[in-house]
Structure formats: structure tokens, C-alpha cells
Design a protein around this ligand. Sequence first.
Ligand code: A3P
Length: 300
Amino acid sequence: MRSDQPGPSNSRSTMSSVEYLSHKGILFPSMNYSVETLLHVENEFQILDDDVFNVTFPKSGTNWMAEILALISKKGDPTWTHSVSLWERSPWIEADYGLKMALNMTPPRLFCSHLPFQLFPKSFLKTKAKVIYTLRNPKDVLVSFYHFSMMMKVLKTPGTLQECLEEFLTGNVIYGSWFEHVKGWMELKGRPNFFYITYEELRQDLRGCVEKICRFLGKELNSQQIDSVVENASFRKMKENKMSNFSQLDETMADFKKGEFMRKGISGDWKNHLTVAQNEYFDRVYREKIQGMNITFPWD
Ligand code: A3P
């Protein structure tokens, strides 16, 4: 680990030139995030019964699910996804810009969030608002995050993959520990307004997943409309869609010479990156930290 490695307990920490903000032990990018907004979102933000939340740990398929949900809400018609940026269609509630937008949105509202459950709006538990939680093999999350961090100027430039792996496994990354995130949200399993799905299932059978999501949301789409959701949420279509591929991000935020948001879009890319030793180390930590969850994921 690098000696300049910040700990989650630091109030503001630096590595490369980027600063992170630490709130209740969880790191957030400093740009676009503030303690005021995070506290407001947790304690005061009023969730409505017809709100839909797309919740993930970063790099688990957030934008894919956001595209799917936007298309479902318009019965497969891509006009909205082709004309309004993804982050305006479904703002990240915990970001400063997202909260501002949220306070002016007319229902039914669609949001994204990476918040761990303990920082999510408290009002959620008193409503029928729906949460769709998407998980992904954490090894692929790590690899995707590693590449994403190289490209995003608001994130610390990662050192080696080994360093990134250690930070990931200790939760010393934005939004904290993958394990805690998953454990926190999966406590809601079984509630009628909570639905979880994996990136791997989306990859394997997108149509079947879209049908399941429609059932959960109580949306009736005919076969052609579902075809259109599947077609327009494909990796190829999203990569071409300027409103969804993040190519319009301000250059103060991203350096597209160093990578692209729609990178590979596959399951199992970790096999191309982790050494045998890194994989074994990851497995050991994974087994230890996932204990007691009583859920088998597609990658287990
Ligand atoms: P890779 O970096 O492995 O390619 P998030 O939206 O949570 O930041 O996740 C980003 C990951 O989802 C990236 O993974 C990206 O390529 C992948 N992704 C985005 N849209 C996708 C799609 N339509 N199909 C498959 N993967 C997609």
C-alpha cells in the first residue's frame, strides 16, 4: 500500500491531486458532493410512493439499469433516452446537482444512487417506493473501477492493480466497502418494494430480466415494446448513444484519452487482469467477509 494512502477516518484526504470527502466513514468524491447534501438526503429528503431507485455499488451496471428503467418507463420508445442525458433522466440523489434536480422533479421520479443503505433517505422505509439493486461479480467491479479511475479526473488515479485491489477489499474507495454495501442492501431482501438482480443475469438473458423488472414495477409492455427496450439497452446501442455513453461529460471531469465509459461490457474480464495469487487472495478475503449472508450469487 502506498504510504500516502488516506484512511476513511480522515475528514479530507489526498492522493494524487484529488481530494476525497469522508462522511460517516464513507469516502465520496469532493467535486459535486458535500456533507450538507448527504445529511439532507439521509434525514430530510422525502421519498414518494411512486419513486423508483436504481441502486448499485459503483461499476456494477448502474447506467445499464438506468437505461433499461428509462426505456421501460417510456414503453420502449427511445426518444427520451436519445434526447436527455442519463444523469438528468435519473439523477444521483446524493450528489449536489442530483438533489437540486430531485427537489424540482415531477413524479413519477427515477433516481440513481450508490449510497450504502445506512446513508439512504430514512423516509424510504415509510413508503412504497421501489428499489432495484444491481450487483456484479466484485472482481469485475474492481477491474472496471480500476479503469474508470484512470479516466475520471474526480477520482484518485490508481497506482498498480494490486494497490487498487487492496483498497477495494478494505473499503478504502468511494462509497466504501463492497461487502458492507451488499450486506446492507440485501437485508431488504423479501420486502415487496425491493428487487435485486445481477449484471451477470442481465448479460445472460436481458429480455428475461426486462420482463422480470416490468413485473416488479407493475408495467405492462407488449412484446414489441420489450424488444425495443432490449435493443436500445444493448451495449452497442448505449455506446453509440451520446446521451448515455458519458462522452458529453465536461473535460474537467474525465479524460477520454485514458479510457471510455462503455469499456468492455462483459462478465469475467477479471480473468484477463488478476494474477493467480491476486485471485486467491481476493477469494480468501471474499469468503471471510461474505460469511453469514446466505445468498448464492452467479459468480460463487
Ligand atoms: P466495464 O468497465 O467492465 O466494461 P456503472 O454504470 O455502474 O458505472 O458500470 C459500468 C460498467 O457497466 C462498465 O463495465 C460498462 O461497460 C458496463 N455497461 C454499461 N452499459 C452496458 C450495457 N448496455 N451492457 C453491458 N455492460 C454495460
